[in-house]
Ligand binder design. Structure first.
Ligand SMILES: [Fe+2]
Length: 389
């Protein structure tokens, strides 16, 4: 009886400690970094009122003055959440900003009273504050890297992307299948996000191209919540320096009525609607005037007789041919291929990056240099493009 009582006391103490152990569980990581905006995302262990404090990169102490605070709001009201999405607008292009994220725990929420607990924040005194740089469409030289098909292998992701900071990449592209399916918040963070955050994603943004495996699992409908885009869809566009990026979503690979999808797939219609969006974007002046135009899509519309890529070839490729795409970056096959322009109905070259390779790209207005490396850092291939402009 005495032993049972002691166990009960221990259980109560442990539970009460867990409730008080409020902290930033995951993040922060950058999303939707554009010329004039950036979104900071993080997750806390409990519900919180959260904000981002922003400071210029002027060498001043972060505590030199009160820094402007940015909150997530909905219809005029500040949000109380666990998953924090703070979109900051009105920024200047090509500019470094320092930031701190803060979350004040919500202990009790009543209609006319909210009781707050302690504040969890990123460190600005034990280390340099976190920082990010906005995009700049006038930047002369840019560099970025691409990985894909990581399927939750953190060691592989680490090997391929551990030098992103040293390279001074502007950003990294995750070209799909970063996990094998989306089961839960914990699984996507432990599957690859925590590794990317630890290595760079708090300061160097990633742009995510959804793979077919991210459409699978009970948590797959949460994709856009954790990886928001300017279109609020998994397909979107952005420009950095001389390169315009068209990030596409090829959807699933099998026919929509395949039993494996349990009557939930509607990707033919999705790709058809997406094609209309591609038409609009490729008709824009900013697209047409870009020295280089890159399409990013997880499933290549070539080297396959499966329905998904065949349908993408029918709906998207003619538009990309007409638009004068310079390069397509693809994934999915877990094997490296480089197809010159003119193959399989595509008037543009296609680089299909292997799951165990990283592709580094340096681009100026005149030239684009590609370098494909394996996990050990050995160069597999280099390709040089000249701009047609
Ligand atoms: Fe895939």
């Amino acid at each position: 009886m005495k032993k049972a009582l002691l166990s009960l006391i221990w259980l109560v103490a442990a539970t009460s400690f867990a409730q008080n152990d409020f902290k930033i569980l995951y993040g922060p990581y950058l999303q939707m970094v554009g010329e004039n905006e950036a979104t900071i995302m993080w997750v806390t262990s409990g519900k919180a009122l959260s904000w981002v404090e922003l400071a210029p990169d002027d060498g001043s102490n972060f505590y030199a003055e009160s820094r402007p605070k940015y909150f997530q709001t909905l219809f005029g009201k500040r949000s109380l959440h666990r998953v924090h999405t703070v979109r900051i607008t009105g920024l200047s292009k090509g500019t470094v900003y320092r930031y701190r994220v803060c979350s004040k725990e919500v202990l009790d929420e009543q209609p006319y009273f909210i009781k707050y607990g302690k504040v969890a924040a990123t460190d600005v005194y034990g280390r340099e504050p976190l920082q990010f740089t906005t995009l700049d469409s006038d930047k002369k030289n840019i560099r970025f890297s691409v990985v894909n098909d990581i399927h939750g292998d953190n060691e592989l992701l680490k090997d391929l992307t551990c030098d992103i900071r040293d390279r001074k990449d502007d950003f990294i592209i995750f070209n799909g299948d970063m996990v094998s399916h989306m089961d839960s918040e914990q699984q996507i963070f432990e599957g690859f996000l925590n590794t990317s955050i630890r290595l760079y994603a708090s300061e160097i943004p990633f742009y995510y191209s959804r793979g077919n495996h991210e459409t699978r699992g009970v948590f797959s409908s949460e994709f856009i919540k954790y990886f928001p885009t300017p279109t609020e869809l998994p397909y979107y566009a952005f420009k950095q320096g001389p390169v315009f990026f068209l990030v596409l979503d090829g959807g699933e690979d099998k026919p929509d009525d395949s039993f494996e999808y349990s009557e939930t797939a509607d990707f033919d219609r999705y790709r058809t609607v997406q094609a209309e969006w591609v038409k609009q974007v490729t008709a824009s002046e900013i697209f047409k005037q870009s020295p280089f135009k890159i399409a990013v899509i997880h499933i290549p519309p070539v080297k396959s007789t499966w329905h998904g890529p065949l349908h993408a070839k029918k709906t998207l490729v003619p538009l990309l041919n007409d638009a004068g795409i310079d390069l397509m970056l693809s994934a999915h096959l877990h094997k490296y291929f480089y197809l010159d322009a003119g193959q399989e109905g595509c008037n543009f070259p296609i680089l299909i990056n292997s799951n165990t390779h990283v592709t580094h790209i340096d681009a100026s207005e005149k030239e684009m240099n590609l370098e494909v490396k394996d996990r050990q850092g050995k160069v597999i291939e280099t390709v040089i493009f000249q701009s047609g402009k």
